[in-house]
Design a protein around this ligand. Structure first.
Ligand code: UT7
Length: 325
């Protein structure tokens, strides 16, 4: 059986924050943020938790799919900002939506997390282990950034997106490929509260990295512009499809300039790349399903479209998925 996309949903916190409002928080400017990232505004939580946003996105995706909560047999939440280490966010969502039959777990692959979760769902459905799977990407990154660090706090944001997949004989998820390079673990990291140092030394060390996200932006930028093209080409291999067959590429929403470079390297029409980072900021694992749900709401994503999803980020990790909608 194939994993067919049955429904999509998204949830953003009500509070939209314009770039100009950040000028009072760190030394930055609306012009710099727009020029270097493409971002114009983002949504930040005013108390909504990762679970709240994941639950709302899940409800909308379920409604869109026509399935009942008890039809779900697996819930995967991709997040790097879970509300707790334990229980998993997926268990909290299960309770909120009443999906009592579903097995639940969280998945940690940073900004590639949604594509990793989708790949797991695809394999569960193909193997017959699951019939209907809910995959959610959800983040409250405003809790994870250092609000005195202008290299991260003007970029990252909050939100959730969800996808319901069901077993079908129709073409659905065609191929997923994933990758990781743990050698580059320090380029983008959130070493929550110095746990590893504590374990190694039996007590916190002076160079405790602290609880906030840290990013070597330029290095991640160079990695991202290269890996997007490589990962897309790798995923098309053996499928019988080529770049020219794609109706859409939906990349992780990190930076419009990364997508400009990737499109020109692939020699692929830039208008095939859907971007909404302008209004959402970078929501890490949530960014791809938020973009897909917005495309469906705007009626630019249609049944039968051939779409490539591509994620990249901390780990370092990356992954792409080719899907017939
Ligand atoms: O989602 C996971 C994956 N993450 C990404 O894909 C992010 C990849 N990286 C990027 O998108 C970009 O590297 C950034 C948007 C983070 C930064 O853009 P950049 O063009 O690489 O800027 P930069 O780090 O080279 O900094 C350029 C200048 C520096 O000043 P000097 O040294 O030229 O005087 C920075 O200090 O911009 C300065 N700067 C800022 N200025 C105003 C850095 N952050 C800011 C800021 N406002 N917020």
């Amino acid at each position: 059986m194939n994993a067919k996309v049955l429904g999509l949903g998204r949830a953003l916190p009500n509070r939209a924050v314009e770039n100009i409002e950040l000028e009072g928080v760190v030394e930055t400017s609306d012009a710099w943020i727009r020029e270097r990232t493409g971002i114009e505004r983002r949504h930040l939580s005013t108390g909504e938790t990762t679970t709240d946003l994941a639950t709302e996105a899940a409800r909308r995706a379920l409604e869109d799919s026509g399935l009942a909560p008890e039809d779900l047999d697996l819930i995967i939440v991709a997040t790097m900002t879970p509300d707790y280490f334990m229980p998993a966010t997926a268990c909290l969502v299960q309770k909120n939506i009443g999906a009592h039959r579903a097995a639940c777990f969280d998945l940690s692959a940073a900004c590639s997390g949604f594509v990793y979760g989708l790949s797991v769902a695809h394999h569960f459905i193909r193997s017959g282990g699951s019939q209907n799977v809910l995959v959610i990407g959800a983040e409250t990154l405003s809790r994870s950034v250092d609000w005195t660090d202008r290299t991260t706090c003007v970029i990252f944001a909050d939100g959730a997106g969800a996808m319901v997949l069901g077993a079908s004989t129709d073409e659905g998820v065609i191929r997923c490929t994933l990758g990781a390079r743990g050698d580059d673990q320090n380029i983008l990291s959130t070493k929550a509260p110095g746990l590893q140092n504590f374990l190694l030394a039996g007590k916190p060390l002076e160079d405790d990295p602290g609880p906030y996200m840290k990013m070597d932006g330029q290095t991640v930028f160079r990695f991202s512009t290269k890996i997007v093209g490589e990962s897309i080409r790798e995923t098309l291999k053996g499928t019988g499809y080529s770049l020219g067959d794609l109706d859409w590429v939906v990349p992780h929403q990190a930076n419009t300039r990364i997508v400009d470079y990737a499109a020109s390297r692939l020699k692929l029409d830039r208008s095939k790349f859907f971007m909404n980072v302008q209004t959402t900021g970078n929501t890490s694992a949530a960014s791809i399903p938020i973009a897909l749900a917005e495309m469906k709401e705007k009626d630019v994503l249609h049944s039968g479209d051939l779409v490539m999803l591509t994620g990249f980020g901390g780990g370092l990790t990356w992954g792409s998925a080719l899907i017939r909608f």
